[in-house]
Design a binder for this molecule. Structure first.
Ligand code: ZN
Length: 404
């Protein structure tokens, strides 16, 4: 891993990232508190299975005290003078399997359960600055190369969070409401995606192996950021956005799968900062080119590799069902719905609404069911052979999402 990632530059980026996160948080109606009591606002994670950064967002200064340094499979740090606003807990990333914040007197007790052996490399408080209006307490962890005490070593992080629950899949029906998407000869994309989403949900729930949530279940408009939020808030195991393609040549047909590449993230930023609908929806702060870098940083490699894995198994499922594929069927793009840094996500273009055969497939009940079975088969395959973050850290250095 490149140590310069943790350099001074990183701080500028982290700071700017906060602008994005704060603006996003406000958008979601969870603004920063300015009350009398100090609060722990949230925890964020970055890095990988070799080095993991934990950032605790706070609305005032604090002092940290290490209770447990990782020897017993946990890192516990208390932060004085701040308490969590809500119950805070969830899955971690990299070396952190999961976290929990509890109130302990007038302090917060941050408990990180480790996915593998780790120790605290450094910790420090960052005051407001660089356009960030609140404090951050940072805990950097590095691997000891040993198994975590009391934990199984090489189990993949996201799927080994002591979860007895079935995997949660968020299905996103593209477009909707005032945004009909692409138009075919007899159909519109927003209807096709909703029908497909409902069918895929039924298909996945039929086996009893998954929990499924939809970002919309009627012809309503849901903004792109909200769709990402739904997946993140639900701690989804994967996110699949369904769309239908459109082209100027009616002969063009076939499905394709998008994942977010680094290049894709860059393109997303250019979209956002152009002042079009997306940027208004996401309320990104401005046209600062460094936002580009922030989003790159936000898209964690582990997630990217998991997304690429999902893209492969989905295409495998479609291929096995003889569903036509576009020539370069796995593409990467900067699509806002793929921007969640911690939920593996793909966007499936199920076919071309502008191609007569594809349109028939997408609107015919039987053909569509066949297609959705194939998609469900790809998802089954994804969960059958999960790739652990250790392997990914070793093999995924240049990203596995393929270059455009
Ligand atoms: Zn679309």
């Amino acid at each position: 891993m490149d140590l310069s990632r943790w350099g001074v530059r990183e701080w500028t980026m982290t700071a700017l990232a906060f602008v994005v996160f704060c603006v996003c948080a406000l958008t979601a109606g969870r603004g920063l508190a300015s009350g009398a009591n100090g609060e722990v606002l949230r925890l964020r994670f970055g890095g990988d299975a070799a080095r993991t950064r934990v950032v605790v967002d706070l609305d005032r200064s604090t002092r940290g005290n290490v209770v447990s340094a990782g020897d017993d499979g946990r890192v516990i740090v208390t932060l004085s003078g701040v308490v969590p606003r809500d119950q805070l807990s969830g899955a971690g990333l990299g070396l952190v399997r999961g976290y929990r914040v509890a109130v302990s007197g007038g302090a917060s007790r941050i408990e990180l359960s480790l996915a593998s052996g780790a120790e605290i490399e450094r910790r420090f408080l960052l005051p407001p600055g660089d356009g960030v209006s609140h404090y951050r307490y940072v805990i950097d962890l590095k691997t000891t190369g040993r198994a975590a005490a009391r934990h199984t070593p090489s189990a993949p992080v996201r799927h080994a969070t002591a979860r007895t629950e079935r995997p949660l899949i968020v299905i996103d029906a593209g477009h909707g409401g005032r945004d009909p998407g692409a138009m075919g000869a007899h159909s519109r994309e927003s209807t096709i995606t909703l029908d497909a989403a409902l069918m895929l949900k039924a298909e996945l729930e039929r086996g009893g192996r998954y929990r499924v949530r939809l970002t919309r279940d009627s012809n309503t408009y849901v903004d792109l950021y909200r769709r990402v939020q739904i997946a993140r808030a639900a701690d989804a195991d994967l996110f699949i956005s369904l769309h239908a393609d459109a082209g100027s040549d009616p002969a063009t047909r076939g499905a394709s799968v998008y994942t977010l590449s680094e290049q894709g993230a860059g393109r997303a930023v250019r979209e956002f900062t152009r002042g079009d609908d997306w940027s208004r929806e996401l309320r990104l702060p401005g046209r600062d080119p460094s936002v580009d870098r922030i989003l790159l940083d936000m898209t964690q490699r582990v997630t990217q590799n998991r997304s690429a894995q999902l893209a492969r198994t989905l295409l495998g499922g479609l291929e096995a069902a003889d569903h036509p594929l576009l020539r370069r069927s796995h593409r990467d793009a900067g699509l806002a719905v793929l921007l969640a840094p911690d939920v593996p996500a793909v966007l499936l273009e199920m076919g071309f609404i502008t191609n007569p055969e594809d349109e028939r497939t997408l609107t015919d009940d039987r053909a569509r069911r066949r297609l959705m079975r194939a998609v469900a088969g790809g998802i089954d395959q994804y969960f059958r052979d999960p790739v652990g973050p250790m392997q990914m850290a070793a093999t995924g250095a240049t990203g596995a999402t393929g270059q455009p």
